[in-house]
Design a protein around this ligand. Structure first.
Ligand code: G3P
Ligand code: CA
Length: 266
């Protein structure tokens, strides 16, 4: 009997140290970074579909603007890395962008995947999913913000979106029109000590939460942010042990390319 108890204790210990199922964190949201981007070409309908099928809480996506003023879903401001064309996204019309292949760079099986518009994504998934929309900086930001807000309202998605940006000015533009959905300030390198506390007080004045680079964020910054009641999402966390670490530090969201890791925490 003694031996059995010892074995059971060891089994539980090994399971826990490997980061076993952590029911205490089941309220945490998992964000599919650019869709299920470890398994499908980022920011395509195919990547979002996989993310939804795998049970992601949010699909994270990036928006840029085409030359003729359409919101298109693509991370880089150039086409070179993720399509078969090159040059600035903003120099191409939507009709031109729609002719491009945004899948082959990832895998030949995705040949023909398209750059979606934000409207394509809303049409495909409606309010069956939560969206975390990242606005990439643009020279026509006021127009871009108005267009984004109009689309969210037209599709009645106010309750299922949050909007984030590295660019504080873009978030102020949204705050000024009294949006009801959460606004998230992305910060790559949060400040430390006293300056960190000031930074948090400032962000708190216009945003509902933070999206922080896991590589450069201290546990104390997360703690102070949570004390203020701010949402705290960490990006981009692709290792099970790191997800476990940040969950234990009280974050409210994990942004990951690899949704297969969710199974250990849901
Ligand atoms: O969600 C935060 C993350 O998406 C920001 O970085 O460069 O992947 O858009 P990036
Ligand atoms: Ca992003």
């Amino acid at each position: 009997m003694k031996r059995f108890v010892c074995v059971m204790v060891m089994v539980v210990f090994v399971f826990m140290s490997l980061g076993g199922v952590v029911h205490a964190h089941s309220h945490v949201s998992f964000f599919a970074h650019r869709g299920a981007s470890a398994l499908a070409p980022e920011n395509t309908i195919e990547a979002f579909e996989q993310a939804i099928n795998m049970g992601a809480d949010y699909i994270e996506l990036d928006i840029q603007m085409s030359q003729d003023g359409h919101l298109v879903v693509i991370h880089d401001d150039t086409l070179d890395r993720t399509t078969n064309a090159s040059g600035d996204v903003s120099h191409y019309t939507l009709a031109q962008l729609k002719k491009l292949d945004a899948g082959s760079w990832f895998d030949v099986s995705y040949e023909g995947a398209k750059i979606p518009t934000l409207e394509d994504v809303f049409q495909a998934f409606g309010d069956h999913v939560h969206y975390c929309i990242e606005i990439k900086a643009n020279q026509r930001s006021e127009y871009m913000i108005a267009k984004l807000h109009e689309l969210i309202e037209n599709y009645q998605l106010m309750d299922v979106v949050m909007v984030q940006s590295f660019d504080e000015d873009l978030l102020h533009l949204l705050r000024n029109i009294d949006v009801t959905y959460p606004l998230i300030q992305i910060i790559s390198r949060p400040k430390s000590g006293f300056r960190g506390k000031n930074q948090l007080s400032h962000v708190e004045s216009y945003a509902d939460g933070l999206c922080l680079n896991a590589r450069y964020t201290s546990p104390s910054f997360v703690k102070h942010a949570r004390t203020k009641g701010l949402l705290v999402h960490m990006y981009t966390v692709n290792k099970r042990k790191d997800i476990k670490k940040w969950l234990n530090r009280g974050v409210t969201g994990i942004i990951t390319d690899d949704l297969r890791l969710m199974e250990y925490f849901k």
